[in-house]
Design a protein around this ligand. Structure first.
Ligand SMILES: [Fe+2]
Length: 292
């Protein structure tokens, strides 16, 4: 398993990080506050955070964890951080809620290392590019099979580290060729993108979709995780926030079927084309048009 080196490259931030490495807890927080305040962001204009489940949840021995929701595309964005180093990762940010997410990152005094997309989304424009502009030093990441540009191109077995924690990459194609599931180092939780949803799964009728591939990905890369592993998807349309591997193995109405039955179900969904697909996919191939 390879481990990516994701450290900030620009000299000024490298200096700041060096300071952080030697500072006490209080002075670290003061330094983080200084860096944020002097970038001129207008956090007052950030939209009100509409939803955050498990606000006090702590998993895997103290990891900071926040689940955020964007209501137009029903997308979940996840913030994970190390309470000691303050390094953080953001999964699937949405363009419209970038300011909300930055406000939270500031409030929690975190330093965002990586903004990662689980795949090239068709239903919304990613906030990754704008996040990179507003949070100096943040790197973007997406699968190398997505066809999209990013600072870090992920593949099977890669790790995204933040402090003493990491997310391990499992390639789970089928919804798109570039779908990945990000698994916490202790396998306590998995961020499945649009591969596995709660009691559902991502559609397979566009963007290189293939129901056979998706079935195989879920059974070999997600259902092989511990039964108690929490499943956090990229979307939910019914108000559900979290599931487990065991729950989905027992109750997912599609994935409990045989491969043949699954393929039949997926070929008869007759879903409408996503409203934003013609705008979102080209934008997401370049990090939301802002990564220039
Ligand atoms: Fe998707």
């Amino acid at each position: 398993m390879s481990c990516l080196v994701l450290e900030v490259l620009k000299p000024s931030v490298a200096c700041a990080l060096q300071l952080r490495a030697t500072a006490t807890g209080d002075s670290r927080r003061a330094l983080a506050g200084f860096l944020y305040r002097h970038r001129g962001w207008d956090t007052q204009k950030a939209p009100v955070r509409k939803y955050s489940a498990n606000m006090e949840r702590r998993a895997g021995g103290g990891i900071i964890f926040r689940q955020l929701f964007e209501s137009i595309s029903s997308t979940y964005t996840y913030l994970l951080g190390d309470p000691e180093s303050r390094e953080a990762v953001l999964i699937d940010p949405v363009l419209e809620t970038v300011d909300r997410d930055i406000k939270l990152i500031e409030e929690l005094e975190l330093q965002l290392k990586v903004a990662v997309n689980t795949h090239c989304h068709a239903d919304h424009i990613t906030g990754t590019g704008l996040m990179k502009k507003k949070l100096y030093g943040t790197k973007s990441a997406i699968s190398e099979h997505s066809g999209a540009t990013a600072d870090i191109l992920l593949s099977e077995g890669d790790s995204i580290t933040f402090g003493k924690y990491c997310l391990n990459v499992r390639e789970t194609p089928g919804h798109t060729d570039g779908c990945v599931t990000l698994v916490a180092g202790d396998q306590s939780m998995a961020f499945t993108g649009d591969a596995l949803l709660i009691r559902g799964c991502g559609r397979t009728d566009f963007q290189q979709g293939c129901s056979k591939k998706l079935y195989h990905s879920i059974h070999t890369k997600i259902f092989t995780l511990p039964g108690h592993c929490l499943i956090y998807p990229a979307h939910d349309y019914k108000g559900q926030t979290v599931s487990t591997v065991d729950e989905e193995k027992k109750f997912n109405p599609r994935l409990t079927k045989t491969l043949e039955e699954f393929v039949e179900i997926m070929s008869n969904l007759n879903l409408p084309k996503p409203q934003k697909i013609d705008i979102a996919v080209p934008a997401n191939l370049v990090c939301g048009l802002h990564d220039i």
